[in-house]
Write a protein that binds this ligand. Structure first.
Ligand code: AMP
Length: 214
């Protein structure tokens, strides 16, 4: 099944990247929260959007809504998501483009970018809307703890991709396709690593301090 990779020349041909906006929002924060499934991105996202007044864009939430609403897109992506695989880049890129166009506060991106092609596209989309990425917050959690947390969540989440088989696939997708995004932002000097193990409030404080020190 298509894992959502695309080549650099394919990226440049995305029509939505063609316009450029000359107004530059230098003070607006646009942040990526990054980490494996189960790293605590959702929990810390709630804290960050509240603390810094940002708009929360979770591609996973947007995709699950399409499925819940039984839209044509939802029907197309259900099996892919249930298998723990990534949906194609075009689908999420269009969602992100629309979200950036609507937003006036600054955005916390949660679950996006999921591969290097998406990271490159995000830089171009932000530039098109006169913005740039402030930083990427990476939550580090050991693999055994990720699995433990996801199995725990599976008992209550009702998510069809929270089961043992799919959890394994999601971790493999993360390691193969998403982890290289970390090096992409590291090279740009935008990666901030946070210990995602331990007290939730302590992790939130570490994140806040890191963002405030920028
Ligand atoms: P999440 O809620 O972020 O764990 O995402 C749940 C599922 O939605 C993933 O396993 C993918 O199938 C899909 N998904 C979410 N975000 C993306 C993305 N940026 N690119 C491709 N697929 C995604």
């Amino acid at each position: 099944m298509d894992g959502g990779w695309c080549t650099p020349s394919a990226i440049l041909s995305y029509p939505i990247l063609q316009n450029t906006n000359k107004h530059y929002h230098s003070k607006m924060k646009n942040i990526v929260i990054f980490g494996a499934p189960g790293a605590g991105k959702g929990t810390q996202s709630d804290y960050i959007v509240e603390k810094f007044g940002l708009t929360h864009i979770s591609t996973g939430d947007l995709l699950r809504k399409e499925i819940a609403d039984r839209t044509p897109l939802g029907l197309r992506i259900k099996d892919i998501m249930d298998a723990g695989q990534l949906v194609s880049d075009d689908i999420v890129v269009e969602m992100i483009d629309n979200a950036i166009a609507r937003d006036t506060k600054g955005i916390l991106f949660d679950g996006f970018p999921r591969n290097v092609a998406q990271a490159e596209i995000l830089d171009q989309l932000l530039a098109k809307h006169g913005r740039s990425l402030t930083c990427m917050i990476r939550l580090d959690v050991p693999r055994e703890e990720l699995i433990r947390r996801m199995l725990e969540r599976a008992k209550i989440s009702g998510r069809s991709d929270d089961n043992e088989e799919t959890i394994k696939n999601r971790l493999v997708e993360y390691e193969n396709k998403t982890l290289p995004v970390s090096a992409y932002y590291n090279k740009q000097g935008k990666e901030i690593k946070i210990n995602g193990l331990g007290d939730i409030a302590r992790i939130s404080q570490d994140i806040a301090k890191a963002i405030e020190s920028l």
